[in-house]
Design a protein around this ligand. Structure first.
Ligand SMILES: Nc1nc2c(ncn2[C@@H]2O[C@H](COP(=O)(O)OP(=O)(O)OP(=O)(O)O)[C@@H](O)[C@H]2O)c(=O)[nH]1
Ligand SMILES: [Mg+2]
Length: 307
C-alpha cells in the first residue's frame, strides 16, 4: 500500500500578517499577491505543495477583521467556510506585533474545529531579536483557549527561515490519501484571475492609505496573436476600477506616468507567469461603491453561493 499523504491546510490570521507571502514561499511560486496594505487577499486561493511523499493544498485566506462593507463581510465568510473541511489550521501571528482582540476572535473560531490540527506560526521572525521572540511565544501559548497548539513554529518567508522545516511538519501531519490535483499544478487560480491580481498588485504598490481598497481589476479581452516566433504573444486589455472620480487622477499620475509604471510592472510579472510575451492595455473606470454593490460583487465571484 502506498504511504502517500494528502490534505488541506487553511492559513488564517489578521490582515497583513504574512499569510500570502508564506504560501508563495511554501509553494515556491508567486500564486498570491502581497502588499504592505491590509486586506490584500480577497478570495481564498489554493496553493499546492507537491512533494514526493505528499500533496498539501494550502488555502490562503483573506485577513480576518471587523467588516465595514459588504466586501468585508464576504471576506470573513470565506475564511469560516474554509475552516470547515481542512486537516490543518495554521494561524499567522507576526513576531513584531502584540496579540490583539482580532487574534482572540480568530483563536475562538479555530477552537470550534476540534478535528483539525492547529499550528501557530510566528511570522516575520527576521524583524525581531531572540528575546522578543521568546516573549511572543508565551503570549501565543496563552491565546489557545479550549485547545492547545499542536506546534508553535517561528518562520520568516522573506529570509526563507524554517520554511523547509514547516513543509516537513505539514507533510508529516497530513492523513494518508491520494493527490487531489495533478502534480505539476501549483494553484487552483485561473490564468485570467492571476493576471487581474498581478495588475492589482502593481496598482496597489505605491498607493496611499485607502486607495488600495478601492482598486479592483477586470479583464476585458485576452487573445493570442498568430504565432510568429518561438514564444506565444497575447494581447490583454484590462480595466482598473476605482470607486471615486478623484481616484482616477491618482492612478493616472502626472501625464499618465503612474499608469505607465503600473503597466510596465504588471507586464513583467504577467510575462514571467505566462511564459509568454504580452501587450497590456490598461484602462481606468469609476465603478462607484463597488464594494457595497451586491450585483457587482457577485459578478466578481464574491457571491453567497461561490467562494
Ligand atoms: N520582514 C518580513 N516581512 C514580511 C514577511 N512576510 C511578509 N512580510 C511583509 O508583510 C506584508 C504583508 O504580507 P502579506 O503576505 O501580503 O500578508 P497577508 O497576511 O497575506 O495580508 P492580507 O492578504 O491583507 O490579509 C508585506 O509587506 C510583506 O512583504 C517576513 O517573513 N518578513
Ligand atoms: Mg494575503
Amino acid at each position: 500500500m502506498s504511504d502517500f499523504r494528502s490534505g488541506f491546510v487553511a492559513i488564517v490570521g489578521r490582515p497583513n500578517t504574512g499569510k500570502s507571502t508564506l504560501v508563495n514561499a511554501l509553494v515556491g511560486s508567486k500564486i498570491a499577491i502581497t502588499s504592505h496594505h491590509p486586506n490584500t487577499t480577497r478570495h481564498a486561493i489554493r496553493g499546492i505543495i507537491n512533494n514526493a511523499n505528499f500533496q498539501a493544498v494550502l488555502v490562503d485566506t483573506p485577513g480576518v477583521h471587523k467588516p465595514r462593507t459588504l466586501l468585508g463581510h464576504h471576506l470573513n465568510k470565506v475564511v469560516n467556510e474554509n475552516l470547515d473541511s481542512v486537516d490543518v489550521i495554521m494561524m499567522c501571528l507576526p513576531a513584531n506585533e502584540a496579540t490583539g482582540a482580532g487574534d482572540q476572535f480568530i483563536a475562538a473560531e479555530i477552537a470550534k474545529h476540534p478535528r483539525a490540527k492547529k499550528f501557530a506560526l510566528i511570522t516575520k521572525t527576521d524583524t525581531v531579536n531572540k528575546k522578543s521572540l521568546a516573549d511572543r511565544l508565551m503570549t501565543i501559548n496563552e491565546l489557545a483557549v479550549g485547545f492547545t497548539w499542536d506546534e508553535i513554529i517561528p518562520v520568516s518567508a522573506v529570509i526563507h527561515d524554517q520554511i523547509e522545516l514547516l513543509e516537513k511538519i505539514i507533510g508529516d501531519t497530513l492523513p494518508a490519501g491520494p493527490a487531489f490535483y495533478p502534480e505539476d499544478q501549483k494553484s487552483d487560480q485561473g490564468i485570467e484571475t492571476l493576471i487581474c491580481e498581478l495588475i492589482r498588485e502593481a496598482a496597489m504598490r505605491d498607493a496611499l492609505q485607502e486607495l488600495p481598497h478601492s482598486i479592483m481589476v477586470t479583464i476585458d479581452e485576452m487573445a493570442e496573436r498568430e504565432p510568429n516566433g518561438t514564444r506565444p504573444f497575447y494581447d490583454i486589455h484590462a480595466t482598473i476600477h476605482v470607486e471615486r472620480d478623484s481616484q482616477t487622477g491618482i492612478i493616472l499620475g502626472h501625464q499618465g506616468q503612474r499608469l505607465k509604471d503600473i503597466g510596465m510592472r504588471a507586464r513583467k510579472d504577467i510575462e514571467r507567469e505566462l511564459g509568454a510575451r504580452i501587450f497590456l492595455g490598461l484602462h481606468i473606470k469609476v465603478s462607484k461603491e463597488w464594494q457595497r454593490d451586491p450585483k457587482l460583487l457577485e459578478r466578481l465571484g464574491f457571491s453567497d453561493k461561490k467562494h
